[in-house]
Design a protein around this ligand. Sequence first.
Ligand code: TRP
Length: 327
Amino acid sequence: MVRVLSCIQPSGDVHLGNYLGALRNWVHGQHRAEVFHGIVDLHALTATDRPGVLGDHTLRLAAVLFAVGLDPDVATVFVQSHVPEHAQLGWVMECTVSFGELSRMTQFKDKSERRDFVSAGLFTYPALQAADILLYDAQEVPVGDDQRQHIEITRDVAIRFNGRFGETFVVPKAVTPPVGARVMDLQDPTSKMSKSSAGTAGTVYLTDDPSDIDKKFRRAVTDSRAEVTYDREAQPGVANLLDILAAATGDDPRRLAGSYQQYGQLKKDTGDAVVAMLAPIQQRYRDLLEDRAELGRLLRIGADRARGVAATTLSRAYGAIGLLPPS
Ligand code: TRP
């Protein structure tokens, strides 16, 4: 089975776009490949000015991942800081990547321009990311376009290391994740749903109350054409509702368009479908957050399994370099 690594930063609440666009596919993917899912809290550290909230965000994200259906028996879900080999191999990667390569990372340029405090960690971020990937001998890393450059540099570094010290790392490749539904902001249906949009009226969080979800859909921006067609250009708001309804019910958006005349009914049905889809997830999420011991147990299972693989790779790398083993 092919080994796949995905990582996600614990940087805030998970929304419907994350779920329908990505997480739901992770759940399907866990039976088709050997999957590792890292919650990369150390990466989040490069950017946060509120490190005190990281633990809480990490716990909530872990609860979401299990609640949506990642099964600890088949998927390895772990917290990056629970697996010290990430930081250890990260240093080796910092010594394998060049200053020039890191300077060319467009994400660093973008992010550093928008901050007054630019940590060295923000600059060396791709070295830690390379460690995340190489530790697991991952063959495939599903990422969006914004991460392609980071996978490219990981490949370059792996090839360089193997060339210098002998075959040690599997050279991974970026793969395009299976596309789920593209969910747009309910208030601004020409932009993707995101946690950074102004206000929260356009973003449906996985943990929103049913009444809030209903309200957000009822207030969704549509248009004044007063007809329901599936046309992303001409009717982006309506098309978004149809896409969400289709994704939530397993139906086809074009077929659904034919069964509606009024926006009000479409909004209500979409809200209802989302509430129904999320109900069992929300229940499991609440149960897990109430049972911290159980959540801790699941994360320990993940960390143990991850460490089993990561420790082997790290000692292979140390050995290849020729570091003196402790006796
Ligand atoms: N940089 C990724 C992001 O911002 C997160 C990430 C960290 C990652 N380590 C990774 C993604 C390893 C894929 C593989 O989304």
